[in-house]
Every structure is written in structure tokens, then in C-alpha cells.
Design a protein around this ligand. Structure first.
Ligand SMILES: [Zn+2]
Length: 275
């Protein structure tokens, strides 16, 4: 009998940095175990990576402007030999209010929405989506240390973008209105998984994989400073602010994806302490 009691004793301690999230916000989840075993995490039925951190493990969980409000399940499974323990928890997603902004493209940029270039744009979009959704490689960091450039925000996450009287898309990132040529710095270590020039929409851009499902991207550069395959450290210059691609003027568009979900970059950048 005693041994049975020992087998069902919970060796797990779970902590969420927040339980209620607005659409686009993120939270950190930590798991502490006093015993050796196999741990796995599922968020909304999808496997999520857990990385060693502070005598336990941590994971980054994100929501987007597309995430429907309500309860989202999180399941932690701990296996030790024949015994498996399941712990269920959840986050609650509440609606965000997104700004509506109207975009007027200068005549020189109107080709970017011209139907003759739609096919190339679609192919480029597919390549970017593939890079964003590809499984993460080696783990570097999920904790931001610095902003990529001075915090002069001109476009916030989730903004509804209207062009010519139509709702074109939700703004899946954060815009920094900084002068052309401003260096764009890596907010934390990572690997350059995509670095391309002259894409119709993205312009000259870089995508970093930080590991653990976290990718960050930087669009509209006037010039790149890194190549695919390079590992960068916090503060390394990725490139310089410009207005290449679909941009009405010089700015940095930064995007952040957690396991393919576009989250609010500002929310991530401003919270340096996870708990
Ligand atoms: Zn943008």
C-alpha cells in the first residue's frame, strides 16, 4: 500500500506567468520536478518544447489576434517507468481591441499590389511561411535582452490595415519608425534561418530561430549584415532600417512567432523577467 501511495504522489510543480491573456499576449510556463522522468507539454493538443531552466523547465506559450477568446488547454505529462501522471491546466484568452489604420501607398510602390506580381508575391510568401513554421533547431534563448532599435512605435500589433476601402490584413508585427540606416540589433541569441533581398512584400529581411519554437523576423532593411546559417549574439547587427518591399517609408517591421503563432512583439520585448 505504501508503495502505491508513493507512485501517485505528484512530483510536479507548475507555474504560469499569467493565466489570463489578451489576444496576442504570451506567457511563460515553468515545470519543476523533484524526480527524474520524462516530461512533455501539449498546448491546445500540440506538442510544445520544454527547455531546461532554473532547476526545472520552461516553455513559451503564445496567442494571436486570430486566437478565439476562451479557455485553452495545457497538459503536462510526466512519465517514470511504468507510471504516467497527467496534469491539466489552462490559460484564458480575452479579446484585444485592435486599431484600424488606413494605408495609402505612394505611386512608386503601387506595383506591390499589382496583379501582375501576385504570383511571385505568393511564392515568396509561401517561402517565408515555410521558414516560420519549420521546427526550431538548436536552443539559444527565449528571453529578450534588448530592443532591436530605439522604441519609437508607429504601428502596433494586430492593427487592422485598410487599403482602398478594404480590410487587407491584420498587422502581425510591430513597426518602429526610425531613420533609414539605423542598425537593427538581435534582441537575444539565435540562428539566421532566412536572409533574403528584394522580396516584393518583405523587401530585404532576416528571420532568426532562437530555438524552442521561437522565431523573430525583421523586414524592409536597406541592407543586410548577416547570412543564412550564421549564429548571432545579443546586440549583433542584423542589418539596417530601410523601406524596401511593401513600406510607405523607412521603418523596421518586427514579427515574432511561437510555434507558428504570430504574437505581439512589444509584449515579449517588454517582459524581460519571465516570472
Ligand atoms: Zn509592419
Amino acid at each position: 500500500m505504501l508503495s502505491l501511495i508513493c507512485l501517485v504522489a505528484a512530483p510536479l510543480e507548475i507555474q504560469l506567468s499569467r493565466e489570463t491573456l489578451h489576444q496576442g499576449e504570451i506567457c511563460y510556463l515553468s515545470v519543476q520536478t523533484s524526480e527524474q522522468g520524462l516530461l512533455s507539454l501539449e498546448y491546445r493538443g500540440e506538442p510544445y518544447p520544454l527547455i531546461p531552466w532554473d532547476d526545472g523547465f520552461v516553455s513559451l506559450i503564445g496567442t494571436s489576434y486570430k486566437t478565439s477568446p476562451g479557455r485553452k488547454s495545457i497538459r503536462i505529462t510526466f512519465s517514470q517507468g511504468w507510471n504516467t501522471e497527467i496534469l491539466d491546466t489552462a490559460i484564458r484568452v480575452v479579446p484585444s481591441e485592435f486599431r484600424k489604420s488606413v494605408i495609402t501607398l505612394p505611386r512608386s510602390k503601387q506595383g506591390t499590389i499589382d496583379t501582375t506580381r501576385q504570383r511571385r508575391k505568393a511564392e515568396e510568401y509561401e517561402a517565408v511561411v515555410e521558414a516560420i513554421n519549420a521546427p526550431s533547431g538548436e536552443y539559444y534563448s527565449i528571453f529578450p535582452e534588448i530592443f532591436p532599435c530605439p522604441k519609437k512605435i508607429s504601428g502596433t500589433y494586430g492593427d487592422e490595415r485598410w487599403i482602398g476601402g478594404h480590410k487587407a490584413w491584420h498587422h502581425a508585427g510591430l513597426d518602429f519608425a526610425v531613420p533609414s540606416g539605423t542598425p537593427i540589433l538581435a534582441p537575444c541569441p539565435g540562428k539566421v534561418v532566412m536572409a533574403r533581398d528584394t522580396f516584393i512584400r518583405q523587401g530585404t529581411f532576416v528571420i532568426l530561430d532562437h530555438g524552442a519554437g521561437l522565431k523573430t523576423l525583421y523586414y524592409h532593411m536597406i541592407e543586410r549584415n548577416v547570412e543564412e546559417g550564421e549564429v548571432v549574439q545579443t546586440g549583433d547587427t542584423l542589418g539596417f532600417v530601410g523601406s524596401t518591399g511593401l513600406a510607405t517609408g523607412p521603418h523596421l517591421h518586427m514579427g515574432i512567432y511561437i510555434n507558428g503563432i504570430a504574437v505581439d512583439p512589444l509584449f515579449w520585448l517588454e517582459r524581460k523577467e519571465p516570472f
